[in-house]
Design a protein around this ligand. Sequence first.
Ligand SMILES: Nc1ncnc2c1ncn2[C@@H]1O[C@H](COP(=O)(O)OP(=O)(O)OP(=O)(O)O)[C@@H](O)[C@H]1O
Length: 295
Amino acid sequence: MFRLQGVTVKMGKEVALFPLTWEIRRGKIYGIVGSDGAGKTTLIKTLVGLVKPTSGQLSLDRGTRIGFVPEHFGLYEEMSIAENILFTASLNGVAADVAQERMPSLLELTGLAPYSDRLARSLSGGMKRKLAMICAMIHEPGCFILDEPTNGVDPVSRREIWQLIRTYRDKGATVIVSTQYLDEVIHCDEVLFLHQGRMLMADAPKRILEQFPYEVWALKKMRQVPLSEMREFREISGVVELFQRGTDWIAYVNGSADLRESAAQRGYRLERIPPLVEDVLIRLIKEGAIHDTTV
Ligand SMILES: Nc1ncnc2c1ncn2[C@@H]1O[C@H](COP(=O)(O)OP(=O)(O)OP(=O)(O)O)[C@@H](O)[C@H]1O
């Protein structure tokens, strides 16, 4: 659907996007993941045509219709939820009876059904976000692009937003969605990690986790552990990194035999745990596993 070949974007003197080669295929949810300033908005604006690549090639399958909800979107504030949807539908050439038919299930999925007569200006941030999404999908575009739809949204709305995204994907559409929340990666079929304008990795979340090269162990003990004791663990052969997460100490380990022995001697319980997306991401950032570094 989209093909990016060495796409670079410069904003003035600053490089917002280093050469990016990426392919987006039909019928999947693509996540663009990164922290503030990673380049997510720049990439999304490039995909929808609001920003022109400084160099490289970007191609989109002919005839693909795009629905887009920017980070800062606008609604018709003096219209109700239903009026916003029906008016946007008519602007996009959707017949009134077709829009009326599509509207109830979308309102239901997003929890907006009971409020369909409420004016947009009186809605909460999350409700506005969901309404903007419905307005952008009422003409059933083949590709639906969302810039940080869950930013600052409460957990219930967050779940409804992802439900809506998945339902739309299940109809065969492509969804491209940016987020800074790593726990949302599980909703995506493929994820592209961006950091300071550079692609760190692009793959299916499961494969990304499988590629984590270390075993991850949680060290558990029922008493307060002095830092000096933890320093000793750091010296054990095979321990690549040791840090605190919640009440546990977490070790990335390259061969766990020595760690197991030391833990047993000191009365710790060791539990092997699966890597998290944040483990992978932090390692990629730290070890500089960066693909393209030149412009
Ligand atoms: N119009 C602009 N002029 C100059 N620099 C810009 C402009 N837009 C973005 N940038 C720079 O490009 C980089 C990427 O910004 P971008 O907004 O794409 O990141 P982001 O991942 O979407 O971050 P956020 O989550 O904060 O929106 C940043 O360093 C930013 O300062």
